[in-house]
Write a protein that binds this ligand. Structure first.
Ligand code: NAD
Ligand code: UGA
Length: 481
């Protein structure tokens, strides 16, 4: 472990927000910094009770073990915010920053009301100087607003340094991402005080992250880098999904195209998996935020460029739903369809902006009865996402995939859970229990399609035409090729 090079010693940390970021981040921090006491506070009592129980509020591989190891030693979860804030040397703001649902910037701008209320509470209760770290994803120059709120309400003799330290973890791999980050960004003021604060936070990370991965920069670059990184990641998926539509129309196979593209060392193989569409709580809201900022700055071409990444995702989700209906003889009214996977990606129970919601709603509108199975998503959450109070309106939620498949016309894979692959599930058993012809729609390209076809399934997947042959390619002639 390194020595404390900063002049502000960090012995106690408080994190406001015990969500998908605050919980795992502080757990990994506590694990790696036994000399620091970490208290995660939240106003949501249920969430805090869950963090203090056997059933954590979120599922992340490896997280439970860390919480069990550190909780009660140097990791605490509490709703009692004022004492934890008062005691802390450094405060992380890790609250949600959703898209505004009303007023100026409705549907696009980030709603910073939770961040602002944190700044007000800090100023109200703290009676000594502290470092305040913006960990939530925020629009560029948000740190200036936090500084303003703090300054306007600060007690005499107290001062604050506000840093930007965006989080890059992905759900499902959060623990590993936090233990081995590609980089840690720390943005701060260029003043002496700013530099001391950056050093103090850097010292915390140096407990487990090598110095070359800790990048210091100006606050606005740090804030913008977070939005830009998410926009670039989503853009790559939208790009391969756009190509998947061309593949389906021509007979090319998007997996082969992705492999060919990814072998170019300038592009690399990651984030080229064509899918039913990307989901999750952040890509959409962060790109919408970038679009809004660009428009506000009169950069209309920039705004239109990034908007297209979202539009392509909407197109992809709708296209998949429409393909299911078309393949099943243009009607799914009164047909039973099993949806395998409801989370927005594997290894998480999170359904925020999950493409499965879009697909399920599309199928319900077309009159289908849905039988939904996900290994980690709670029944109540699925019903909430589908605007249902109970299971009466054409929806049944199952805890067993074979029960979900029984008596249905089709299986629709919406999440890439490892357990869905052919070697793990007995698809012959599913097929035998289904109505014929039995369809599989693989929205994640994870199944063994030739094995399923051998069983007797009619298989449709993203970015590949069913039963393609050279005779299918009549379009080429019409284009003079
Ligand atoms: P979340 O909704 O899971 O958790 C936020 C928590 O903050 C909630 O428990 C809420 O009760 C609490 N909260 C809100 N206002 C509060 C207040 N004034 N006082 C006390 N508690 C308050 O959100 P999240 O997914 O953890 O995301 C948090 C931030 O991190 C967002 O800005 C998000 O964009 C960003 N981010 C998220 C991820 C991710 O994978 N989820 C990854 C990187 C960055
Ligand atoms: C994403 C980023 O990867 C994180 O770096 C970032 O910190 C986080 O957003 C955030 O700011 O919230 P996350 O949304 O948790 O993380 O998960 P991803 O792995 O990025 O997947 C997002 C969506 O894209 C999922 O629906 C996933 O299934 C889909 N996806 C991903 C594809 O369709 N194809 C791919 O090749 C990769």
């Amino acid at each position: 472990m390194t020595t404390n090079i900063a002049e502000i010693p960090v012995r106690k940390i408080c994190c406001i927000g015990a969500g998908y970021v605050g919980g795992p981040t502080c757990s990994v921090l506590a694990l790696n910094c036994p000399d620091i006491q970490v208290t995660v506070v939240d106003r949501n009592e249920l969430r805090i009770n869950q963090w203090n129980s056997e059933n954590l509020p979120i599922y992340e591989p490896g997280l439970e073990e860390i919480v069990k190891q550190c909780r009660g030693k140097n990791l605490f979860f509490s709703t009692d915010m004022a004492p934890a804030l008062k005691e802390a040397d450094l405060i992380f703001i890790s609250v949600n920053t959703p898209t505004k649902t009303f007023g100026l910037g409705k549907g696009r701008a980030a709603d910073l009301k939770f961040v602002e209320s944190c700044a007000r509470l800090i100023a109200e209760v703290c009676d000594r100087s502290k470092i305040v770290v913006e960990k939530s994803t925020v629009p560029v120059r948000s740190a200036a607003s936090i500084v303003n709120v703090l300054k306007a309400n600060t007690k005499p003799g107290v001062s604050y340094q506000v840093l930007s330290n965006p989080e890059f973890l992905a759900e499902g791999t959060a623990v590993n991402d936090l233990k081995n980050p590609d980089r840690v960004l720390i943005g701060g003021e260029e003043s002496e005080e700013g530099k001391k604060a950056i050093s103090a936070l850097s010292w915390v990370y140096r407990h487990w992250v090598s110095a070359d991965k800790i990048i210091e920069m100006n606050t606005w670059s740090s804030e913008l880098s977070k939005l830009a990184a998410n926009a670039f990641l989503a853009q790559r998926i939208s790009s391969i999904n756009a190509i998947s539509a061309v593949c389906e129309a021509t007979g090319a196979d998007v997996s082969e195209v992705a492999q060919a593209i990814g072998l170019d060392s300038r592009l690399g193989p990651k984030f080229l998996q064509a899918s039913v569409g990307w989901g999750g709580s952040c890509f959409q809201k962060d790109i919408l935020n970038l679009v809004y900022i660009s428009e506000s700055l009169n950069l209309t071409s920039v705004a239109a460029y990034w908007q297209q990444v979202i539009d392509m995702n909407e197109y992809q989700k709708s296209r998949f739903g429409e393909r299911i209906v078309q393949s099943m003889f243009n009607t799914i009214t009164d047909k039973r369809i099993a949806i395998l996977g409801f989370a927005f990606k594997k290894n998480t129970g999170d359904t925020r902006e999950s493409p499965a919601i879009h697909v399920a709603k599309h199928l319900l509108e077309e009159g289908a009865f849905l039988h939904i199975y996900d290994p980690k998503v709670e029944k109540a959450q699925i019903l909430l996402d589908l605007d249902q109070l109970d299971e009466e309106s054409g929806i049944s939620i199952h805890t067993d995939p074979y029960e979900a498949a029984k008596g249905t016309h089709a299986l629709v894979v919406c999440t890439e859970w490892d357990q869905f692959i052919v070697n793990t599930y007995d698809y012959q058993r599913m097929y035998d229990s289904m109505l014929k012809p039995a369809f599989v729609f693989d929205g994640r390209k994870i199944l063994n399609h030739s094995a399923l076809t051998k069983i007797g399934f009619h298989v449709e997947t993203i970015g590949k035409r069913h039963g393609q042959s050279f005779q299918d390619h009549n379009w080429a002639g019409t284009n003079g090729i």
